[in-house]
Design a protein around this ligand. Structure first.
Ligand code: T1G
Length: 693
């Protein structure tokens, strides 16, 4: 065995040279890895005893991509292209032995081998689009030549991880070898290829699939049309499509020039910077200062949920999806049956769209059982999550009961969206086991989980909750107890300004348009119509005191009644409503305000800057650990466009000094709702950025 460098070994197994990478955590293509590959292949190709070459990786995965931490700085030699050229022009067969997730540059390296073998658990992908990029090492030109342009379009614009079996049928891997026997399987395959003296075909020379698509522009036009909504605002999907068009219409080397040009444009742009920031921000959010990595975890084998309503049902589905049995308790049989029926319907709808199989529908429904008694069903559970009415008295009553029923050490969690969890914990004898697990509706869909640590919540309960979040596919952020925690507290700023702007002359559809064009899936008024204007509205007490009251009294309670702020046609297409406009103007006249034309810029700044200021206050009060956590909350819970990073990232792009100046200007004109937080003033005075918080 020859140590090529710290991360690369070269051994000879008979007449097969084996290059082994070992660069934790994911064998990313760092300078050391590129250097080891370059020298390793050079030595193996020069060694007359070697008749074939296998490239394999130690650890959890084959190369999972370029080293994202290196982006933005000059790439040291050897360049990835140098390694790929050496592999592809090798006079000896090169076999890539694949396990784990072969992604991005990793797959691009594997596509420069002559052959690929994989274990059945391996996954293949070119997910650069999720970083606001495109495969920049020939993937855009080689993938369409292997799987065809149509499949390449889907793979590259979704970033999907393709299972090995699908990769085999698509031609991405030549053979599947027995799980756990990758090295033996790859060496045997290499030996066979060498013995048979098979031709060393290069993917770059295989043009059949791209030529077949030549002269069919509809392939791309139809794909663009079908995905326009999903790709709205993003640059990278369109750039990926353009590269695949080049693969179809241009010779390989010309296509490579297009790839290089478009890659460099994306790499230099603000969208990719925001999306690469997001990649690390989501992982950073899992790191809790002061809680050691070896903090003892509480095994969660069975979970209870109180309440079979929309939230309770959605929460239960998350655990069933992860194979964890769940008991849902309701007070009466009818709402329990209704809740379980809705869960089944949700799974069946997913299955009808091909998301899961019919068998999985049954498996998951079988994991969710119903009960009318906490006493009977909760005694041996490891975690119980309460998801009932947002009333402190009801929650206190439930937690006192849970404290008496649940076994010692069981975690008692509340899904409250903002009530004081310390107060809830105070009715139990186990405040160290009380935590907030704030899911976002629909709970089985939204990625965000705000994990709310109360004063006495123990490290084990926090660490267990963070790990459980990842297990059920949630993006978790640890926050502190304060009204609205982090997400809703910041949302309150935007909602307040949106309502005030309407009384100053901006119509709901103006405000929605500005925020939609900024990149939100929809604006606050369209969102209210979708959720229903009558949430929290009490008909008997309603006396036309607000625009919302007047609309609800006119039975305009949102999309569900065909009218809310907007009028809706039979396909629920929204149109500005003359009725709403009149209601608003009547209120303005009554209030004596002088409506004025308000610019899009003012609408955006008045909605967004107070959100950033509130984020600074949250950090000042230590209700969030770092500014990037706030961005993770707003991307995963409220649809902040990932290519704009999040409120705090966006604040740094605008410039903290500009945010402060605007807040001061608005404060002078419109009062203390815009009062800058002292930390914002200090940040600007110190010349710091929000990301320094
Ligand atoms: N570069 C650097 N570090 C990486 C990394 C990467 N590509 N991928 C993961 N890590 C770190 C991550 O920060 C974390 O570090 C640890 O590995 C475990 O990751 C030229 C330009 C591979 C599916 O987009 O999708 O190739 O927090 O917590 O949930 O065309 O990581 O432990 O210190 O996510 O098991 C393309 C990105 C790059 C793949 C594993 N590749 N990575 O998931 O663990 S661009 C990607 C992932 C490119 C070329 C282009 C996932 C994973 P720490 P993790 P996981």
């Amino acid at each position: 065995m020859t140590a090529i460098n710290a991360v690369t070994d070269l051994t000879l197994d008979g007449e097969v040279a084996v290059i082994t990478l070992n660069s934790p955590p994911v064998n990313a293509l760092s300078a050391a890895v590129r250097q080891g590959l370059f020298e390793g292949f050079k030595a193996a190709i020069a060694d007359p005893a070697a008749k074939a070459i296998v490239l394999i990786c130690e650890g959890r995965t084959f190369i999972a991509g370029a080293d994202i931490t290196e982006f933005g700085s000059a790439m040291a030699d050897p360049q990835l292209a140098d390694v790929q050229d050496m592999m592809e022009s090798s006079t000896k067969p090169v076999v890539a032995a694949i396990h784990g997730t072969v992604l991005g540059g990793g797959l691009e390296v594997a596509l420069c081998a002559h052959y690929r073998v994989a274990v059945p658990s391996a996954k293949f992908g070119l997910p650069e689009v999720n970083l606001g990029l495109l495969p920049g090492a020939g993937g855009t030109q080689r993938l369409p030549r292997v799987v065809g342009p149509e499949r390449a379009l889907e793979m590259m614009t979704s970033g999907r991880h393709v299972p090995a079996k699908e990769a085999l049928s698509g031609g991405l891997t030549d053979e599947l070898v027995e799980e756990g026997k990758l090295k033996e399987g790859a060496i045997a395959f290499a030996r066979k290829v060498a013995a048979e003296n098979r031709p060393l075909t290069k993917i770059r020379d295989q043009n059949a699939k791209v030529e077949a698509a030549r002269g069919k522009p509809e392939i791309f036009a139809d794909f663009r049309k079908a995905n326009a909504r999903k790709f709205r605002g993003f640059l990278a999907p369109e750039y990926n499509i353009k590269c695949i068009e080049a693969a179809v219409n241009l010779p390989f080397d010309e296509g490579m020039k297009v790839e290089r040009k478009l890659f460099n444009e994306l790499m230099a742009g603000s969208q990719s910077a925001a999306q690469r920031y997001t990649f690390f921000a989501e992982r950073q959010a899992q790191k809790i200062p002061g809680i050691a990595d070896d903090t003892p975890l509480i095994p969660i084998k069975k979970v209870g949920v109180i309440g079979a309503g929309t939230m309770g049902g959605g929460i239960a589905m998350n655990f069933a999806n992860a194979g964890i049995p769940v008991v849902i308790v309701e007070q009466k049989q009818e709402p329990l049956d209704k809740g379980l029926a809705i869960i089944r319907k949700n799974y069946e709808r997913t299955a009808s769209r091909g998301g899961i199989t019919a068998a999985q529908v049954e498996e998951r429904c079988a994991l969710i059982t119903g009960s009318l008694s906490m006493e009977e069903s909760f005694a041996d559970l490891d975690l119980v999550i309460e998801a009932v009415f947002e009333r402190m008295d009801i929650k206190k009553d439930i937690f006192a009961k849970l404290d008496a029923i649940c076994k010692p050490g069981a975690i008692l969690a509340t899904n409250t969206s903002g009530l004081n969890i310390d107060e809830i914990a105070s009715v139990t004898k186990r405040p160290e086991s009380v935590i907030g697990l704030h899911f976002f509706s629909p709970a089985n869909v939204m990625k965000l989980l705000e994990i709310v640590r109360a004063d006495h919540t123990s490290d084990s309960v926090i660490a267990t909750s963070m790990k459980l979040a990842k297990q059920i596919g949630k993006t978790a952020v640890l926050v502190g107890v304060c009204p609205g925690f982090v997400g809703n507290r910041i949302l309150g700023q935007r909602q307040r300004e949106a309502q005030k702007l309407v009384m100053e002359g901006a119509m709901p559809w103006d405000i929605d348009r500005v925020l939609y064009d900024f990149g939100f899936p929809m604006g606050p008024f369209a969102m209210s119509d979708l959720a229903g204007l009558d949430i929290g509205w009490v008909k008997e007490k309603s006396n036309g005191e607000s625009i919302r009251d007047v609309l609800c009294e006119a039975d305009r309670r949102g999309q569900k009644t065909g009218a809310g702020y907007y009028d809706y046609d039979e396909n629920r297409n929204a149109k500005p409503s003359p009725f709403t406009e009149k209601v608003i103007n009547d209120f303005i006249v009554k209030s004596g305000a002088n409506p004025r034309k308000i610019s899009d810029e003012e609408i955006l700044e008045r909605c967004i800057f107070p959100m950033i200021n509130e984020g600074v206050k949250i950090l000042e009060e230590k209700k969030a650990i770092r500014s990037s956590d706030i961005d993770v909350v707003w991307q995963n819970g409220y649809g902040w466009p990932v290519y704009r990073g999040g409120p705090m990232w966006y604040g740094d792009q605008v410039g903290p000094d500009k945010v402060l100046a605007k807040m001061q200007e608005f404060q002078a004109k419109m009062g203390d709702a815009f009062k800058p937080s002292p930390l914002l003033e200090k940040l600007v005075a110190d010349g710091k950025k929000f990301s320094d918080l």
